[in-house]
Design a protein around this ligand. Structure first.
Ligand SMILES: [Zn+2]
Length: 294
């Protein structure tokens, strides 16, 4: 890579700073919850085209990709452009899609996690190209969905788009620090099945909720066993979602799903079937594990 003229980079960034902030406000004004990133992806695509990216397209999953440069080494900038929901709109004192600026900080749904990384990535790549810093590199911007499908989009980028980056920068918020590691992550979905019966005759039924109570309690006490890592810190685990399926609110529930997520610095997780997917008539367990970056 060429020698970096920091002053020239700062001059360029300063030139575009108001545009970058305005672009971020536009992105946050476009709702993209529940993995619905089409409209915000189109806005990102429009900006990349205007900035002279060599190629932009939506991948088969619906994520937006932009390429700039065509060198032999591959650099990927990854930013998820979906967000979590806004909860109860009545509980907001201000519009989360319009946002607000306080003490020089912009607040809006997704401003931090993680639309905030998209404008500087795209403008940074344009500036890098203009200053000759991308000579020898092919750089990609990848705006994707993550909140409900963590890790699936970058997997699709590699396996379906067939692009294998040499280096990846992920735009998750880290208080402007460069993080070099990730604990890894595993999701486990457990389904318990019961037998429906009227609540007044519950002795005839088999309550699926009761079956997972020991599991939930066990998860709540598991964290101390996950251990610590001197670099990555504490291992964490929690029950993060539950769904009950029942014919009505009167009978015993027949099906309950409990989804737990864990991030552990340790390779060995006491109860995680990390590379196994078992299925039986009464119980189903699935687990996925991934590591974002080393
Ligand atoms: Zn995020």
């Amino acid at each position: 890579m060429s020698t970096v003229d920091v002053a020239a980079v700062q001059q360029q960034v300063g030139q575009y700073s108001e545009t970058i902030v305005g672009f971020l406000r536009e992105l946050c004004a476009i709702p993209s919850m529940d993995s619905q990133i089409g409209p915000v992806g189109e806005r990102v695509q429009e900006e990349m085209r205007a900035l002279g990216f060599d190629e932009t397209w939506f991948d088969a999953m619906g994520n937006i990709v932009g390429r700039i440069g065509d060198g032999p080494r591959i650099l990927l900038y990854d930013s998820h452009i979906d967000t979590v929901g806004i909860g109860n709109p009545d509980e907001w004192d201000w519009d989360p899609f319009i946002g607000k600026i306080e003490k020089g900080r912009f607040y809006a749904r997704g401003a931090c996690d993680e639309k905030g990384s998209t404008p500087p990535m795209i403008y940074g790549l344009k500036i890098a190209k203009d200053l000759g810093l991308l000579d020898g590199w092919t750089a990609y911007y990848f705006g994707n969905m993550e909140e409900w499908c963590d890790g699936i989009a970058p997997h699709a980028f590699v396996e379906h788009e067939g692009i294998r980056p040499d280096f990846v920068v992920i735009g998750e918020p880290t208080k402007m620090q460069v993080y070099r590691g990730h604990k890894g992550r595993v999701e486990i979905e457990v389904t318990s099945r019961g037998r429906s019966a009227h609540a007044a005759s519950n002795h005839l039924g088999d309550n699926a909720i009761y079956k997972v109570l020991p599991l939930i309690e066990g998860v709540s006490k598991l964290e101390p066993q996950l251990g610590d890592d001197p670099f990555l810190g504490h291992g964490k685990i929690t029950v993060s979602d539950m769904k009950v399926s029942t014919p009505s609110s009167t009978p015993c529930p027949t099906r309950r799903v409990c989804l737990s997520t864990a991030a552990s610095p340790l390779a060995r997780r006491p109860w995680a079937p990390s590379n196994r997917c078992g299925r039986s008539r009464r119980r189903r367990c699935c687990a996925t594990a991934k590591s974002r970056s080393k």
